[in-house]
Design a protein around this ligand. Structure first.
Ligand code: KG4
Ligand code: ZN
Length: 339
């Protein structure tokens, strides 16, 4: 079953053609360079750029897959959560295509598709629910029990900032450009993580929740204090300390939840799953406990439409289809059943 998928939830305009778990094409037009000037995504600019890029990106995805719209069986689109103006561009474009071609329209939740990035290139014998997923992106940090391809239960979440947001904000404070997570990860390779002491906040009463705002504030305070004393923060050392602390929190909660809830499989997803320390240390921790760990190929960690196409396939099998009244939503829980 060939699905044309569209993704426009933040600052990447993306289209892909998928056949089940197989990716036939995957085109991403990123706006990062433009938003970098402002230190973060400017929603108004993002919507306009999606408008300009979406037709060309979709045409390219069809061409690279070697098929015409006639040969597509259904249209999948990210409808929530994300920047509302950005989502609306993709949703309306997909609605237009579905209406004019008479093909089914499949609404896809953005975080569900990040989890589905792990199915790409793996047969369903190798990875299928149930499993526990750590979903860590720029806007969300969740621990999710995935009981079936469209059945989710959130067992832990951040109480404040998302992990990606924490990386981006602390990186910015250290002088790195948006989105700082990737650069911080690179600079941290040469740093000494023991030099700066950073807090590890625990959330009372919610054993698998995380909190990153205390860590962010501690970094900002140390940077400001150093500046006031005319001292320089060693950027690689601070980057290494931040990266280690974020990983400590994510790994600790994930491994405890997997053990307590009896999950033998853990799956990383979202942009932060590209983090090299998270991948390496989570692999070690899981291996010690006999837990099987999966994470997406690097090119499927960030926002892309291939993951949307793969999740759309499972939504289709579950009968989760939309009609032309489909709307976009800035927030939407992952366990919402779309009807
Ligand atoms: O999933 P994603 O591409 O977009 C959202 O849905 O938010 O995640 C983007 C986030 C950004 O905060 C970015 O800095 C972070 O993922 N990120 C990383 C790395 N690569 C991307 N954070 C830490 N280490 C990385 N290597
Ligand atoms: Zn994302």
């Amino acid at each position: 079953m060939k699905i044309l998928a569209i993704e426009s939830s933040c600052d990447e305009t993306a289209a892909a053609v998928c056949d089940g778990r197989e990716v036939l094409s995957n085109i991403v037009a990123t706006q990062v360079a433009e938003h970098r000037i402002y230190g973060g995504v400017v929603p108004e600019i993002a919507s306009r750029r999606h408008c300009e890029a979406i037709s060309g990106v979709t045409r390219e995805a069809l061409t690279e897959a070697g098929c015409t719209l006639d040969e597509i069986d259904a249209i999948g689109v990210t409808y929530a959560p994300g920047l509302i103006g950005s989502l609306l561009v993709g949703v309306n474009f997909a609605k237009g295509l579905a209406l004019s071609s008479g093909k089914p329209l499949i609404p896809v939740h953005h975080l569900r598709s990040h989890i589905a990035a792990n199915y790409i290139g793996r047969t369903d014998d190798r990875l299928k629910p149930p499993f526990l997923s750590l979903v860590v992106s720029g806007g969300h940090s969740h621990l999710v029990e995935v009981s079936d391809y469209t059945d989710y239960r959130i067992v832990g979440r951040t109480n404040d900032d998302a992990a990606g947001e924490c990386f981006d904000k602390t990186a910015r404070c250290l002088g790195m450009s948006y989105p700082g997570g990737v650069e911080l990860d690179k600079i941290a390779q040469t740093g000494n993580a023991d030099r700066y002491k950073l807090p590890w906040p625990h959330v009372d009463g919610s054993p698998y929740d995380f909190s990153f705002s205390g860590l962010k504030t501690a970094v900002i305070n140390q940077v400001h204090n150093a500046a006031q004393h005319g001292e320089q923060i060693d950027v690689p050392d601070m980057a290494a300390a931040i990266r280690r602390r974020v990983c400590d929190m994510l790994i600790d909660a994930t491994v405890r939840a997997a053990t307590d809830l009896g999950h033998g499989t853990v799956v990383l997803s979202g942009g932060v799953s590209a983090n090299s320390e998270l991948r390496a240390r989570m692999s070690d921790e899981c291996a010690h406990r006999g837990i099987t760990l999966f994470y997406p190929e690097l090119k499927y960690c960030g926002d892309n439409a291939a993951m949307v196409g793969v999740q759309a396939y499972y939504e289709y099998l579950s009968g989760n289809l939309a009609d032309n009244s489909l709307n976009a939503y800035a927030t939407m829980p992952i366990d919402n059943i779309f009807k």
